[in-house]
Design a protein around this ligand. Structure first.
Ligand SMILES: C[S@@+](CC[C@H](N)C(=O)[O-])C[C@H]1O[C@@H](n2cnc3c(N)ncnc32)[C@H](O)[C@@H]1O
Ligand SMILES: [Zn+2]
Length: 535
């Protein structure tokens, strides 16, 4: 018997797509292992609102276009926008975003349920941050955690993530990413010197703050090999210690950027006349994004920016011949991206381009940028057991429950009951031995933890309501809220039972009793962990 195959191709190419929606929804609907590089500049938890005036000023026509686009997506009012998790353009002509966080308005109860169930380490990091920092920072981290968990899922195993942040939350984000990517997959903490500081800032008593941090993680050890090393050219007057001219490619770039002679990467925010300037309050230089895209992707690769803002990352990706996908919650990002891509003579959202400004790297083909709204998300073809938390989202409110096992502990315990076979069809992890015989490998890899009674029918998260399924049958369920017993009947009808009678495999009622005994009795080697109440 050979293992069932579970890999399926992503049928839709999302190249040159901008999604105007909360990136949580987009991420949830993206395929696993479909992205080569995530490079993004999310909110920093500054506890402030950022406002910038677009350059040139926003026109009446552009505002109308934003409203028309929203209308096309069935969003005609602020209430519609709120319901669909899009920012409503309130008639302001600025680029504005709020970087203030609270449990009530930014965190769904369901998210914390999922994190606590599936990512207990991440849960603890969030908990810790409310003690060492603030409620606001904890809420921010919860908001970021659900998105970064999805970022990790959608990355290919050869993929990398670059997360731009600053001193406000960098150490917390680093812990969060250690919890999600694994500390062994941390590569660098890049220091980006912002550049010249205003006279006012230099008045400060103490060290003048002048850097942001970019955290660089890879999904797996394999991704480290993908790195394209970059060099700064030797200065024309540079000689080696022996007096000879250097022969190498230049100085290899270190993890301190814009800090050395010859490495000019100043923030465009401080260069008042930069032609790059869009007026977006958080814009960074295209050259900064290009350095990252060059190093950690190759031509044709897919670059994704879930917090795209004024689109300098998509611009860098396009210039370097990568595919890109972008997302922003605000339709103002659409206007700015449209302006940016018009420079390349691209047709954005069906428009005819005008005002050509050719670039060396980009063909002048009238290439189409597609804009999509909340109801036009891709259809995910790889399904794991988190499908039930996609939609509809419950009330935004947060509370907690007590005792749980970790996901790994539950899988291990339940698989032991069935001799390391999935409870759907009897699938097992077969391994070929040296003598060509097969034996079952006892690893939780390739199993997914599902609910016996679906969560939507008040099924419990606890171990007595959980079952290990094979990914193939778990994905078969798609988003149907189906009971395990019914799924098994379906599998039998499809002739896909690897073990003819599931009841031979595991007696569900008995297994539940065992699980409950473990949960209550606490005799097992498995730990039932109690997390202190938060509410
Ligand atoms: C710190 S700014 C950085 C943007 C970008 N680096 C720039 O300025 O070009 C964060 C951006 O993320 C967007 N944003 C915030 N929360 C979001 C979410 N949940 N989904 C998508 N975009 C979001 C904001 O509208 C804002 O444009
Ligand atoms: Zn199965």
């Amino acid at each position: 018997m050979s293992p069932l195959t579970t890999t399926r191709p992503n049928p839709v190419s999302l190249n040159r797509h901008l999604f105007i929606v909360d990136n949580y929804h987009l991420l949830k609907s993206m395929d696993s292992e479909s992205i080569d590089l995530i490079c993004t500049d999310p909110p920093f938890a500054k506890n402030d609102t950022f406002i910038g005036s677009l350059r040139p000023p926003l026109t009446e026509e552009e505002i109308q276009k934003e409203l028309e686009t929203l209308k096309r997506w069935g969003i005609g009012s602020a209430a519609d926008a709120e319901r669909l998790d899009v920012v409503w353009p309130t008639g302001e002509t600025t680029a504005k975003f709020t970087d203030i966080w609270s449990w009530e308005s930014d965190v769904h109860e369901q998210w914390m349920d999922d994190i606590r169930d599936n990512r207990p380490t991440v849960f603890k990091i969030i908990e810790t941050s409310r003690k060492t920092h603030s409620e606001g920072t904890a809420a921010y981290l919860a908001y970021m955690a659900v998105r970064l968990i999805e970022c990790h899922r959608v990355l290919k195993s050869s993929g990398s993530l670059y997360l731009h942040c600053d001193h406000t939350a960098n150490s917390y984000l680093r812990m969060l990413l250690d919890g999600i990517f694994g500390e062994q997959n941390f590569r660098n903490e890049i220091i980006w010197r912002i550049g010249w500081v205003s006279g006012y800032k230099t008045q400060k008593r103490g060290w003048i703050r002048n850097h942001d941090t970019i955290l660089y993680y890879i999904k797996s050890a394999a991704a480290a090999k993908q790195f394209n090393k970059e060099y700064l050219p030797y200065p024309t007057d540079y000689v080696r210690r022996d007096g000879k001219r250097p022969t190498g490619k230049g100085f290899p770039i270190e993890d301190t950027w814009n800090c050395h002679k010859g490495d000019v990467l100043d923030s465009i925010m401080i260069k008042s006349f930069s032609s790059e300037k869009t007026g977006y309050p958080t814009q960074k230089p295209v050259a900064l994004a290009e350095r990252i895209v060059n190093a950690s992707s190759n031509p044709g690769d897919v670059v994704f920016d879930p917090f795209a803002g004024c689109a300098y990352i998509p611009v860098a990706a396009e210039r370097l011949g990568r595919q890109w996908i972008a997302c922003d919650i605000s339709p103002r990002a659409l206007t700015v991206l449209r302006r940016q891509f018009k420079k390349f003579e691209y047709a954005v959202d069906g428009e005819t381009p005008e005002g050509v400004l050719a670039s060396d790297n980009v063909s002048l083909a009238r290439t189409q940028v597609t804009v999509r709204g909340p109801a036009e998300l891709p259809i995910r073809t790889t399904m794991e057991d988190d499908i039930e938390s996609i939609k509809p989202l419950p009330q935004r409110r947060y509370k907690t429950r007590a005792s749980i096992f970790t996901r790994g502990e539950m899988l291990e315990f339940l698989l032991n009951l069935s001799g390391w076979r999935a409870w759907c069809c009897g699938f097992a992890n077969w391994r070929e031995n040296r003598d060509s015989t097969l034996s079952i490998e006892r690893t939780i890899r390739n199993f997914e933890l599902d609910h016996i009674d679906p969560k939507s029918k008040q099924g419990r998260h606890e171990i007595d309501n959980r079952a290990p399924l094979c990914p193939y049958h778990n994905s078969l369920k798609s988003d149907r809220r189906i009971l395990l017993d019914d799924l098994r009947i379906e599998i039998e009808e499809r002739g896909e039972l690897v073990v003819p009678s599931i009841d031979d495999l595991v007696n569900l009622a008995w297994a539940r009793d065992q699980a409950i005994e473990h949960l209550i009795g606490g005799r097992a080697k498995l730990r039932a962990r109690t997390l202190s109440g938060l509410a």
